[in-house]
Design a protein around this ligand. Structure first.
Ligand SMILES: Cc1cc2nc3c(=O)[nH]c(=O)nc-3n(C[C@H](O)[C@H](O)[C@H](O)COP(=O)(O)OP(=O)(O)OC[C@H]3O[C@@H](n4cnc5c(N)ncnc54)[C@H](O)[C@@H]3O)c2cc1C
Length: 398
């Protein structure tokens, strides 16, 4: 019987395991991950941005935890000699509609307590000669890091504190009783006094497996990237983002330097045909069948038909994709877009078609389930872990 079991070796699960052992150094803890390495899914397939929290609804968990998470991530990376770079981000408006949205975003950033600067066209060109727009917001605190590396270092401290991490173990059964929780894979079984589930793209299935009556479905959205050739990797210095459409959950195709010196373009947001298959047209019958049977999917599809078709068209045609980036970086050419592996986002959708924007965490007597941890959950993982640890009880022996 372990004191704690954590399912999911993404950044949220590993950060939670570390936080539990920091608070309860004598506790026994087991972390189970079905992939062969940690951070294999969303944590290892993202933009690597340390978000400052400008976009999020004031008062939401995202607004609070991304602000705290950005600070905590930078401090953790500095303490453990993990490469990170706080270059700042420019959110570029290219037409009057975007300009009006930019002003609204500026107001929101002030409510969220962030230090953001509005700059005009001339100043934008001075700071980024390859970028064009009617103006921009400058967010100085945005940074870049490799979240897989952060996860590996977090895992080192879990192991150093006596936690066990088992890779290649898929949990297929969870049974909660008054004394604890039984956890089964096809080959082995374990029991723990308390369980935490941080299963990312499988969050809804794991909750159902544990007998929680959830009213949402994870719908996979691919985020496809390109990478610029090496000689173009210094084309911009800052992260360059479009002004997002406030009705959509995704931030738009952006130019992002990576911690290892590359410059990437992306991600778009295309309906996925599989939760965990990364190549284009990767298909999983169960994943697709489950969302086709889900009423909320049709409401989302109807409400976002035009945007969705546009995303699909530009996913199939490099020309369309390029046009999105050329809006704010006109000198990009087709030849600049080299292939790079896509990521797949877990987007929780409610039965009535509402896209769940905020983090969602549910508690049962002996478990905590992270049901929705979309972007910026990598940035926010350290304070999310604290929040989860607050919800857990003491270990048996202390
Ligand atoms: C394209 C894209 C770009 C993004 N950009 C950013 C960004 O720039 N900044 C940012 O902060 N966030 C970003 N995000 C979001 C961020 O990556 C995620 O919010 C974060 O990684 C979620 O971490 P997680 O641990 O919850 O999920 P994951 O990293 O998906 O981990 C869940 C783990 O659970 C495991 N698991 C599932 N089921 C089982 C089972 N039955 N048994 C055992 N293990 C199981 C999976 O194998 C997986 O490893 C982006 C996401 C995507 C997809």
């Amino acid at each position: 019987m372990y004191d704690y079991c954590v399912i999911g070796g993404g950044i949220v699960g590993v950060a939670t395991a570390r936080e539990i052992l920091r608070r309860h150094p004598d506790a026994s803890l087991l972390l189970l991950e079905k992939a062969g390495s940690l951070g294999f899914h969303q944590t290892g397939h993202n933009s690597g941005v340390i978000h400052s929290g400008i976009y999020y609804e004031p008062g939401s968990l995202k607004a609070e935890l991304s602000r705290r998470g950005a600070e905590a991530t930078k401090a953790f990376a500095a303490e453990h000699n993990i490469l990170f770079d706080v270059r700042g981000k420019l959110l570029v408006a290219t037409n009057p509609v975007e300009h009006a949205r930019m002003v609204a975003l500026y107001e929101r950033s002030k409510v969220n307590g962030l230090d953001v600067e509005v700059i005009d066209r001339a100043e934008l060109i001075r700071r980024e000669p390859a970028v064009t727009g009617t103006g921009a917001l400058f967010v100085p605190t945005t940074g870049i890091v490799d979240y897989r590396r952060i996860t590996d270092v977090l895992a080192d401290s879990v192991r150093a504190a006596g936690g066990e991490i088992k890779l290649g173990v898929e949990v297929v059964g969870i049974t909660e009783s008054t004394d604890g929780v039984a956890i089964d894979s096809l080959e082995e079984s374990w029991s723990a006094t308390q369980l935490v589930v941080c299963a990312g793209l499988q969050a809804d299935r794991m909750a159902r497996l544990a007998g929680i009556a959830v009213d949402f479905q994870i719908i996979p959205f691919r985020g496809e990237y390109y990478e610029l050739p090496e000689h173009r990797s210094k084309l911009v210095h800052h992260l360059i983002y479009p002004i997002p459409d406030p009705d959509l959950p995704f931030l738009g195709v952006h130019l992002s330097p990576t911690a290892d010196g590359k410059l990437t373009v992306g991600p778009n947001a295309v309906l996925g045909l599989a939760r965990e298959k990364y190549r284009k047209f990767g298909f999983d019958g169960r994943d697709v069948w489950e969302y086709l049977r889900f009423r909320g999917f049709y409401s989302v599809a109807r409400a976002n038909m035009r945007t969705g078709m546009g995303e699909m068209r530009d996913s199939l045609s490099k020309r369309g994709y390029l046009a999105r980036c050329r809006k704010y970086c006109p000198e990009l050419t087709r030849g600049d877009l080299l292939p790079r592996e896509a990521g797949i986002r877990a987007q929780a959708v409610l039965r009535d078609g509402t896209l769940v924007h905020d983090f969602m965490i549910e508690r049962t007597p002996r478990s905590v389930h992270v049901l929705n941890a979309p972007s910026p959950a990598a940035t926010s993982a350290l304070p999310i872990a604290e929040m989860i640890a607050d919800k857990l009880g003491q270990p048996r022996r202390s």
